[in-house]
Design a binder for this molecule. Structure first.
Ligand SMILES: [Zn+2]
Length: 426
């Protein structure tokens, strides 16, 4: 992408707090607030969101998930059957259509997935079945902390249907493990917390909670590598796990912080299939209500948490910094190409490099000062800058500088290969 063509509504307004992730996303030009609890994504933010979604789609495909799409605008009927009509923690947006029928903007999709499957999945032989979608959810929540608590947000939600509890438990474990791998790849810190089932119902559920300095839950979690033990203050036994105490799983140290829920997995059993009359034929010709599972990841919330954990880690400049892991990064572009002067041989070399890398770079082809252009690359959190300046004129080598300030010198022909590690999803 040429910088001169990119719509980037960045601003240099000072932030109230250096750790304010939502304000940082807005300043960098990734999102714009559209009202209380409502946000629009500008092109650079949309690119990050799509990379996150791509990683989550890969996670679902790895456990046999099939992509579907369920309507956000729904009839009240199934919600009345499930008993959740108007009862969704007082957060349901309801309305009437022109014929006077009650409708809602879906805060969740258990009812809608029953609509999709009930009557169409006829036999135990068709089970287990795992479907997922990526789409908008609507909840009339109190807006707070940017993309973390808002009224419209993007979620990757999945639903499974089973002939028995064993099959449900197996899929539950598989999805849980797939989420853990995806979050590790994305570079988010998290703990897994046995949770209160709340508004969803069912027998077993766990939350993936990201430790942050400023969040809505209190979290105590294990700091040992690879151990994901955690508890939040929603649990009655929270006080049994003191900060500084030992992890009950591995003996490691427990730390305390705030937390933000980024995902939630549920074994719903027959909580939805029974009241909605969803039945499947058993081998012996009788009918039964299938067990169901539900698995959600807050995509837009996760996007902000990636930034928030970095900023709270003591970032010293005022830009974003997307985690770079062995997997890759969700940064909006692999690198910025910055010719120190956009003229003559530097301009030619930069154009050649840009052509070799196509759409994956942000090519700074404008005439602002080089300092301003470096600052913008950091503001967006690009993992690297490819600088073409005096060093290139003297030696023919480009300078590849990472977001953390490490510089290597490369023949321009080697640059596309060196940037492959930032290619999300490959
Ligand atoms: Zn532990």
């Amino acid at each position: 992408m040429r910088r001169s063509d990119l719509f980037l509504p960045a601003s240099r307004e000072p932030r109230a707090s250096a750790a304010d992730a939502a304000a940082s996303l807005e300043r960098a030009g990734l999102i714009r607030q559209a009202g209380s609890g409502l946000h629009a994504f500008a092109p650079a933010g949309e690119r990050v969101k799509r990379k996150l979604i791509r990683r989550l789609r890969t996670a679902m495909a790895a456990v046999g998930g099939q992509a579907v799409s369920l309507p956000a605008l729904q009839d009240a009927r199934r919600w009345r059957e499930s008993g959740r009509w108007r009862d969704f923690e007082d957060e349901m947006f309801t309305l009437e259509n022109r014929d006077g029928r009650a409708m809602c903007l879906a805060p969740s999709h258990e009812e809608a997935v029953v609509d999709l499957l009930s009557g169409a999945v006829r036999s135990y032989d068709d089970l287990p079945l795992l479907v997922y979608q990526v789409g908008e959810k609507y909840r009339d929540d109190h807006a707070r902390n940017g993309l973390v608590r808002c009224k419209a947000f993007t979620m990757k939600d999945a639903y499974s249907v089973h002939a028995d509890a064993e099959s449900l438990a197996l899929t539950y474990r598989e999805v849980r493990a797939a989420y853990a791998r995806a979050f590790a790849d994305l570079g988010v810190e998290f703990a897994v917390v046995g949770a209160d089932d709340g508004v969803m119902g069912g027998s077993t559920s766990e939350e993936f909670v990201a430790p942050v300095a400023d969040g809505s839950d209190r979290l105590r979690y294990c700091t040992a590598d690879g151990c994901r033990f955690g508890v939040t203050d929603e649990r009655a036994d929270f006080e049994d796990f003191a900060a500084g105490g030992d992890c009950p799983d591995c003996g490691g140290d427990l730390a305390e912080s705030d937390g933000i829920e980024i995902a939630h997995v549920f074994q719903l059993d027959t909580r939805y299939s029974e009241p909605t009359g969803f039945t499947v034929d058993a081998a012996d010709g009788t009918e039964f209500h299938p067990d169901m599972g539900s698995y959600g990841v807050g995509v837009t919330r996760l996007l902000q948490v990636l930034v928030q954990q970095d900023l709270e880690g003591g970032a010293t400049d005022d830009g974003l910094r997307w985690p770079v892991t062995d997997w890759s990064t969700v940064a909006p572009y692999r690198a910025g190409v910055v010719p120190v002067r956009y003229e003559g041989e530097l301009r030619r070399a930069a154009e050649d490099l840009y052509d070799a890398c196509e759409d994956v770079l942000l090519f700074d082809d404008r005439s602002q000062s080089v300092g301003e252009r470096f600052a913008e690359s950091d503001l967006l959190g690009l993992p690297a800058k490819v600088v073409l300046g005096d060093h290139y004129l003297e030696t023919g080598e480009a300078e590849l500088e990472t977001r953390d300030g490490e510089t290597t010198y490369l023949d321009p022909g080697e640059v596309p290969g060196a940037l492959e590690r930032y290619a999300a999803g490959t």
